[in-house]
Write a protein that binds this ligand. Structure first.
Ligand SMILES: C[S@@+](CC[C@H](N)C(=O)[O-])C[C@H]1O[C@@H](n2cnc3c(N)ncnc32)[C@H](O)[C@@H]1O
Length: 387
């Protein structure tokens, strides 16, 4: 078997149809190993479920190399550096994203030779090095000084890339206007920094993963207009990115008992929790209508039918637990706190059905200096009210 390298990774992604043709030579030309620390964590869990394993290049050189040249997330920092390798931390705070996701985003960005590109989140510097293969100038901003220094060292020798240590939420006025802005950290829905729009030339493009509490996607491509507004549509690739630092939400889960007798118990038959969470178009509609609500699914026993689906608003202390009832097709719904989260989700479901079940690609985003909105373009209807 061939030794793992950028060429073997390019082959794998090409066969999986996950390598945009215009980025193939850049991928082969840039060795990912130059940007990955000798001691790192590789994700062996897959897309929705991060399961990190510590790897040390000195101890397992072949395994380290195979991980670096695989289509997997490599985490390079946990908890802003407070967790020391080989411990696996709580919150990943820097990673080299899945190459297929990065390349998908680069494909959507539509970079040309003459472009000046602003990247938010330098991280390891690998994506900036890929960008530099195709763009005239790349400015990449990193909020964490240690990471910025490492990226600067790894990118040493690339005269067209500048690494700036700063909060990327402010963009980078000295380099503006940019033709392209790429966020490699996600922004909260409704909070895309307007500076990015103001620093992009009319006709320019901003690509950013947009996040709501209930979902870590979608990837949105905005086009900046002459009037200083930007309109965006969801792209047909799915990504899950860590948040911009200022957009983080509490990630510690409260201690809860799914059958807490203090909760109100009702029954539901209209909406199954699996449909609510795994039909992506519906989950997005619910995410918009039920803000400040996270979810989780736990198994009560090894029996898959004994799942508990949780909706939790950490701020107000409201929660809902939904479990299959003995009566087929029905669910026991327990709700606690000032909000009735499952009722809100059901109301969003009814709205979504009435509105012709808009897909993610049907939604249109608008950003002006003082307002950010999202609504389904096809139906022209207002987004769901809170239930
Ligand atoms: C998924 S990583 C980026 C991966 C990177 N582009 C690469 O090729 O390795 C996200 C990065 O965004 C950085 N970040 C988070 N908030 C930021 C902010 N407000 N300004 C600049 N960088 C930020 C994090 O420190 C982290 O390094």
């Amino acid at each position: 078997m061939a030794t793992a390298s950028s060429a073997t990774l390019a082959d794998e992604l090409h066969r999986a149809r996950r390598l945009p043709a215009q980025w193939a030579s850049a991928l082969v030309a840039v060795p990912r190993e130059r940007f990955i620390p000798d001691r790192m964590w590789v994700d062996e869990g897959g897309y929705d479920d991060l399961e990190c394993v510590s790897l040390d290049r000195a101890v397992e050189p072949e395994r380290w190399r195979a991980a670096v040249y695989s289509d997997r997330v490599i985490v390079t920092q946990f908890d802003d550096g407070a967790t020391v390798w080989p411990q696996v931390g709580h919150r990943p705070t820097c990673s080299s994203s899945m190459p297929s996701a990065m390349l998908g985003m680069l494909g959507v960005l539509d970079v040309r030779e003459e472009h000046r590109v602003l990247e938010i989140g330098a991280g390891t510097g690998y994506n900036a090095a890929l960008l530099a293969q195709r763009a005239a100038q790349v400015t990449t901003v990193e909020v964490d000084p240690t990471l910025a220094e490492q990226a600067r060292a790894a990118l040493d020798g690339l005269s067209t890339v500048r690494v700036v240590t700063a909060d990327g939420a402010a963009g980078r006025q000295p380099g503006a206007p940019f033709d392209r802005v790429l966020a490699t950290a996600s922004v909260r829905l409704g909070q895309l920094p307007y500076e990015w729009v103001a620093q992009t030339r009319p006709g320019g493009v901003i690509v950013a993963p947009v996040r709501a509490d209930l979902t870590s996607g979608p990837l949105v491509r905005f086009t900046v207009g002459e009037d200083g507004t930007a309109t965006g549509r969801v792209m047909p690739i799915r990504v899950g990115f860590m948040e911009l630092r200022a957009h983080r939400t509490p990630s510690r889960w409260p201690r809860l008992r799914w059958d807490d007798p203090a909760a109100d118990l009702t029954h539901s038959g209209d909406l199954s929790p699996r449909t609510a969470l795994w039909v992506e178009a519906l989950r997005w509609a619910i995410a918009l209508a039920v803000p400040q609500c996270k979810y989780d699914v736990w198994k009560r026993t090894t029996d898959r039918t004994q799942e508990v689906t949780w909706l939790v608003d950490i701020c107000s202390g409201s929660w809902a637990s939904v479990t299959p009832d003995a009566a087929e097709g029905r669910y026991d719904v327990r709700q606690y706190g000032p909000r009735r989260l499952w009722n809100e989700a059901e109301a969003a479901h009814r709205w979504w059905r009435r509105s012709g079940e808009p897909t993610l690609e049907d939604w249109e985003f608008l950003i002006t200096p003082d307002r950010q909105t999202v609504r389904p373009a096809r139906s022209g209807k207002d987004p769901p009210d809170r239930g």
